[in-house]
Design a protein around this ligand. Structure first.
Ligand code: NAP
Ligand code: GDD
Length: 365
């Protein structure tokens, strides 16, 4: 029997990788997709999802217009699909943007989760439909040391506050109504499909453009922030595993390794033989290429957040023990994967650019 899954946020980074994984497992994948003036199929196309559908046994991929703010639409869709599993990935997922759009963020990220869980209850699907909630390491705020499932939450943004509501709503619907509902508390995970306004993709994309002469410099916010960065392809595997267990529970997925934004910048430039030296302090700090003396990085306070989360590092030993989950990509693999993709796309958009330096750089990978 093919299982049926509904993915909200199917057009996002995780939605694309999760769709691919579920199609490989012969799921019938349904996705909630926002109606907008531009078609948003890009990530599905980049992962060639349609090829997985035609090559697999009974698998299918179908998107449906809808919005996390539209209660009746969500109820109607869940009633029509009657999914075995719902993966709630839809969110206004940018932390900085949530300070500019706090009410919208609360509505989508917080109330949106409640709407889905209420739909399961109203339709009498408590025993039929399992539920995954995309919770986040942002819940921890500025806690010292490694964070585990017992670490208290202290959100520091409208984004995180809304996700806190969603986290506890998921726990409450599990306890109150017996719904198989899990929180995946995921630390930062990135990929070539990451949105270009998240820090890792901004860096790899800008470095590729600088390399090909399409951009002068990279303009950054707080480069001393530290994150536990993994690869999205590994993390979606953990999401699926959570819903295959005998008992619903909440799990951290993380690599347990921490790097600063500064280090991410240095390593990305180093891949293309640019050595960065830092001069100055605070907003006057600059990153300069040693060889040419050219300024490649500047700081702009516009990218600072009113309240910052300085350090995140996750302990995923519970997921390792009970789900047998562990990340497969290293930090260096992640940078290589993202940079290679961005170099290729910049190059393809400028097909006359010389490519020998890039080919030589990556020919062993
Ligand atoms: P993403 O690329 O920003 O994708 C977000 C998805 O949500 C997009 O498909 C977006 O649709 C959709 N969406 C936004 N508002 C919506 C609305 N009102 N109605 C319906 N859909 C809406 O995010 P991601 O990186 O894949 O992350 C997936 C989930 O995991 C998010 O909930 C995020 O908060 C959470 N999370 C992510 C990370 C991470 O490091 N990536 C870590 C922890 C938790 P459009 O394409 O139309 O914008
Ligand atoms: N976006 C961005 N742009 N961030 C910058 C910049 C910049 O120019 N300069 C420095 N940073 C710093 C941010 O201040 C933050 O400390 C860090 O880089 C990471 O920023 P993001 O990549 O935007 O991710 P995030 O950690 O705020 O949030 C992501 O991870 C969460 C899990 O911890 C998002 O994917 C959230 O949806 C997710 O929940």
């Amino acid at each position: 029997m093919n299982k049926t899954a509904l993915i909200t946020g199917i057009t996002g980074q995780d939605g694309a990788y999760l769709s691919r994984l579920l199609l490989q497992k012969n799921y019938r994948v349904h996705g909630l997709k926002r109606r907008s003036s531009n078609e948003n199929q890009d990530r599905a196309e980049q992962l060639h999802l349609i090829d997985f559908v035609s090559n697999s046994d009974g698998a299918s991929y179908q998107t449906h217009y809808g919005d996390m703010t539209d209660t009746a639409g969500l109820v109607r869709l869940i009633d029509e699909i009657r999914p075995d599993e719902i993966y709630n990935l839809a969110a206004q997922s940018h932390v900085r943007v949530s300070f500019d759009m706090p009410e919208f963020t609360g509505n989508v990220n917080g109330l949106g989760t409640l709407r889905l869980l209420e739909a399961i209850r109203l339709l009498g699907l408590e025993k039929n439909t399992k539920f995954y909630q995309a919770s986040t390491s942002e819940l921890y705020g500025n806690v010292q040391g490694k964070q585990n499932e017992e670490t208290p939450f202290a959100p520091r943004s409208p984004y995180a506050a809304a996700k806190l509501f969603a986290y506890w709503t998921t726990v409450n619907y599990r306890e109150a109504y017996g719904i198989f509902a899990c929180n995946g508390i995921l630390f930062n995970h990135e990929s070539p499909l990451r949105g270009e306004n998240f820090v890792t993709r901004k860096i790899t994309n800008s470095v590729a453009k600088i390399h090909y002469g399409l951009l002068d410099k990279l303009t950054m916010g707080n480069i001393d922030a530290c994150r536990d960065w993994g690869h999205a392809a590994d993390f979606v595997e953990g999401m699926v595993l959570m819903l295959q267990q005998a008992i619903p529970d909440d799990y951290i997925l993380a690599t347990g390794e921490v790097h600063s934004v500064r280090e991410f910048i240095e390593k990305t430039f180093a891949r293309l033989d640019y050595e960065i030296v830092w001069q100055g302090k605070g907003v006057d700090e600059k990153g300069i290429e040693r060889k040419s003396g050219r300024t490649l990085i500047e700081i702009d306070p516009i990218f600072f957040r009113p309240t910052e989360v300085r350090y995140l590092c996750g302990d995923s030993s519970k997921a390792k023990k009970f789900l047998n989950w562990k990340p497969r990509h290293s930090f260096d693999d992640l940078i290589d994967d993202m940079l290679r993709h961005d170099l290729d796309s910049v190059q393809n958009s400028q097909s006359s650019f010389p490519s020998e330096r890039i080919k030589n750089k990556f020919k062993s990978n």
